[in-house]
Design a protein around this ligand. Structure first.
Ligand code: KG4
Ligand code: ZN
Length: 346
């Protein structure tokens, strides 16, 4: 599809990463993320600390992103920013900064739904983009959904988690074995060295395209309690095998739901998006699906830098919406609990 040649300054501050990007069409001119190390000490994101860190990061990160892009503010056509869902205080920093910067430079704003941004990250160059319609499984710290993507603006959630998100499941299991937040990438790292068949976790089964991850956490908790009784060093002694087994069961659950979604919709272009799409087990399992002759899936796996939260993906939504003149106003305020992706929420 032809991507409009619009230049966007994009800001992402929905959680604990301050992201700023400049993109022109689907070309990423700069894409910076100021990570907030501070939360790892607390086992999760501390909202108050996150908004304070956004406040100190945002101005220098915007300056640097413009400098990296080699572009001055008068070449920007619109300012896109994440309006929700996310942490209220974090969103407030990005929203206020974006509106103020746009107003000072006489530019329109584009408020962006965070999950739509994860999905449209697939249109960022240089990777081949899917054609419409396609299926996208969004797997992040706050969401796990299967989305039927009709167009850049029409997206329909056809399956969702009934409790925890997949990223949350990774993080909670990691916390149970004493790993710092975010535990997902660490489980992935240790899993690479372990045997996935060592232990078996089934999680809870849900009919249809919906999913559930809270049962897995309880099952893992009981498993650890039992094994730590007989071997107090059980975690140290079996870290890699344990991580490999947990990861395999989460990935198996996600892939089985994708299989069902392909069967139900007949759509064979399958994408993944969001932080957990960085997981090497999930990437490998999906890649293998596309290599099976019996399963003619065309798979879309984002580059690692566009899996976790970043502003380039927000800019991509900005390009599509600015082309349709879908702009926000200066009265827009953060929407921490934005509705799901339905045509009316976009
Ligand atoms: O999309 P994201 O950066 O932020 C949200 O919108 O939530 O996703 C963050 C989530 C965290 O739960 C993190 O543990 C998980 O993505 N994550 C991973 C990996 N990288 C990030 N989970 C498993 N394996 C990874 N390699
Ligand atoms: Zn995200």
């Amino acid at each position: 599809m032809k991507i409009p040649e619009i230049t966007i300054l994009a800001i992402e501050s929905s959680c604990d990463d301050t992201g700023v990007a400049v993109i022109k069409g689907n070309q990423v001119l700069s894409n910076l993320v100021a990570n907030q190390e501070i939360h790892s000490r607390y086992g999760g994101v501390v909202p108050e600390l996150a908004s304070r860190a956004h406040l100190s990061n945002i101005t220098p990160t915007v300056d640097l992103a413009l400098k990296d892009a080699g572009i001055s503010h008068d070449k920007i056509d619109a300012v896109a920013y994440t309006i929700g869902p996310g942490l209220n205080g974090s969103l407030l920093v990005g929203t206020s900064f974006a509106k103020a910067w746009a107003w000072a430079n006489d530019l329109p704003t584009v408020p962006v739904h965070h999950m739509r941004a994860h999905i449209l990250a697939h249109f960022l160059a240089p990777n081949p983009a899917p054609d419409f319609p396609f299926l996208c499984m969004t797997v992040s710290g706050g969401h796990t959904q299967i989305v039927h993507v009709h167009s850049p603006s029409k997206m329909e959630v056809i399956g969702t988690t009934l409790d925890d998100a997949a990223g949350e499941a990774f993080d909670k299991v990691a916390k149970l074995i004493g790993l710092p937040y975010p535990g997902g990438p660490l489980i992935d790292k240790y899993a690479a060295l372990g045997n996935p068949d060592s232990f078996s976790f089934s999680g809870s089964r849900v009919d249809g395209l919906d999913m559930s991850f809270s049962g897995l956490k309880t099952q893992v908790l009981r498993f650890l309690q039992k094994n730590l009784k007989s071997d107090p060093n059980f975690i140290d002694n079996h870290l890699n095998d344990f991580c490999a087994s947990v990861q395999t069961s989460i990935v198996a659950m996600l892939i089985s739901k994708l299989e069902l979604a392909v069967e139900k919709t007949g759509i064979t272009q399958v994408a993944i998006a969001g932080g957990v799409s960085a997981n090497s087990g999930l990437r490998k399992a999906l890649q293998e699906k596309s290599e099976l002759e019996s399963e003619p899936w065309i798979v879309f796996i984002p580059p690692l830098k566009y899996c976790t939260d970043n502003a380039a993906m927000v800019g991509m939504v900005g390009v599509f919406d600015a082309a349709d003149k879908k702009f926000g106003t200066l009265s827009d305020t953060p929407k921490p609990r934005m509705p799901e992706l339905t045509p009316s929420s976009q």
